[in-house]
Design a protein around this ligand. Structure first.
Ligand SMILES: Nc1ncnc2c1ncn2[C@@H]1O[C@H](COP(=O)(O)OP(=O)(O)O)[C@@H](O)[C@H]1O
Ligand SMILES: [Mg+2]
Length: 452
């Protein structure tokens, strides 16, 4: 079948593309001397703490996940579910995939790539109404005419009037005769259960009919089940890609590759500090890397030093999202200076976790002891942990398990590094003591979460 052979050619092209992404292009960008005037605007563009990675050549790591997503497109009837914690880089990975298909691949293979972000009010009808419009726009943008027959027009009218069903959507996509890649991001935002079930039915139908469309559903979740309950019926039709936190090496590479472009240098120890503080979350690698870079440039130095990291920590705390700062304030506020809320939250942020971010309350004892020098025992701090899960303290922790076997984690993963950064900014903690307080991250690049 022609489609199959063009798909396999396409997959080869994609693999070449991923390999070119993996290639270390650092050499091309290193400038011999930092030029403060030019470094600043470069730092401002190459680091992007506030949004997904814009360009594929600034995208670090994630090879295994890229390959798995690509393999789905190479197989008829396979769709992708991409999930992970908030802030680990799902949208960036989906954008990379979309960018590739939308630009490079279009010329080579005639793919149409579309992308939609869900919001809490969305239903199956509203999502597909917008995607059908995006499809029509994409035809127009490419200067191509969309299908002209009556059935297509009827289906298009029905769907853009928000009355689409899994059946009509599948037929509309089929009638295009195009290979479509449709990224549906922030799928966790969808609150309506029926919509989720309809998506499962759609995936099943697309798969049964060996449609040329590949759906990529993206959302915040610990497991596929959190994103699509009752996913058993679509297990065979989906490639499920969990996106873990980034490794220490990937985080260092995010910073190093951008310093190379700006003509800045940093010692391995300095890069390690920033990567360590990021706790696997690329947002903080961008924020700290960028601010430390600015600080070096302000000193007219081509070398980012540890003092620059300290300054970057201060700015990162100040410029953090208001929601994070408020959550921290509400959780730790106390009329009694001797109250332990702040210290227990800090100890929690330094406690080793499992791969889903959970820690056992008993494990807080050790960092708490090291922080305070006091041998606090379980009953003295477990009350605080419990309070952190209640609305009066902003529910900054969430608990799972059962009585006497509770496990806790930060409800917002971005709060955990913030707590540590705040402690550095207010002088409670400093390197290298921080390394002693919390187990060292390891150095391999296995893609395993890099929790402290
Ligand atoms: N592979 C990557 N390489 C470099 N930076 C990344 C990568 N993935 C994510 N980021 C950065 O991390 C932050 C969060 O990424 P985003 O894709 O928005 O996460 P999510 O969608 O999972 O919440 C952004 O600042 C983004 O630029
Ligand atoms: Mg996202």
């Amino acid at each position: 079948m022609a489609a199959t052979s063009s798909l396999s050619t396409f997959t080869v092209t994609l693999s070449a593309y991923t390999i070119s992404l993996m290639a270390d292009d650092r050499e091309n960008y290193i400038q011999a001397q930092a030029d403060a005037a030019s470094a600043r605007p470069i730092l401002a563009t190459v680091f992007n703490p506030a949004g997904p990675v814009g360009h594929s050549d600034l995208f670090q790591g994630r090879q295994r996940q890229i390959e798995r997503i690509l393999s789905a497109v190479g197989q008829h009837g396979q769709h992708v579910i991409l999930f992970g914690e908030r802030g680990v880089g799902k949208t960036s990975l989906a954008s990379l995939t979309h960018e590739f298909w939308a630009s490079y691949a279009r010329e080579a293979t005639g793919f149409l790539a579309l992308r939609y972000n869900c919001d809490p009010d969305d239903t199956f009808g509203t999502i597909w109404a917008r995607i059908a419009e995006l499809l029509a726009d994409e035809y127009a943008r490419q200067g191509r005419t969309r299908p002209t027959n009556d059935t297509w027009e009827e289906l298009y009218a029905e769907i853009t009037h928000e009355a689409g069903t899994p059946h009509s959507v599948r037929r509309l996509l089929d009638l295009t005769g195009e290979m479509l890649i449709i990224v549906v991001d922030e799928f966790d935002q969808v609150l309506d259960d029926t919509t989720v079930q309809q998506f499962a039915s759609l995936i099943k139908a697309l798969s049964d009919y060996l449609a040329l469309t590949t759906l990529i559903l993206v959302g915040v979740a610990d497991t596929v089940d959190d994103l699509i309950e009752d996913h058993a019926s679509i297990n065979r039709a989906t490639i499920q890609v969990a996106l873990p936190r980034m490794s220490q090496r990937e985080l260092r590479d995010i910073i190093q590759s951008r310093y190379d472009r700006a003509g800045l240098m940093a010692s391995p120890e300095t890069l390690d500090r920033m990567a360590w503080l990021a706790q696997g979350l690329p947002h903080y690698a961008h924020r700290l890397g960028q601010e430390a870079g600015f600080s070096a440039v302000d000193r007219s130095s081509p070398t980012v030093a540890e003092d620059d990291v300290d300054r970057a920590v201060g700015v990162a705390v100040e410029h953090s999202q208001e929601s994070i700062r408020t959550a921290y304030r509400n959780a730790t506020v106390s009329p009694q200076p001797q109250a332990l809320f702040k210290t227990v939250l800090l100890a929690s942020a330094l406690t080793p976790t499992d791969e889903l971010g959970y820690f056992a309350p008993a494990d807080v004892r050790d960092p708490l002891h090291r922080l305070t020098g006091q041998p606090y025992d379980y009953p003295q701090f477990v009350r605080h942990l419990k309070h952190f899960t209640l609305s009066e303290r902003g529910e900054v922790l969430e608990a799972t398990g059962q009585a006497r076997k509770w496990r806790y984690r930060f409800a917002d993963p971005l709060l955990r590094p913030y707590v540590v950064l705040s402690a550095i900014a207010d002088g409670t903690l400093a390197f290298p003591r921080l390394y002693e307080l919390s187990p060292q991250v390891d150095e391999d690049d296995s893609g395993q979460p890099r929790l402290l």
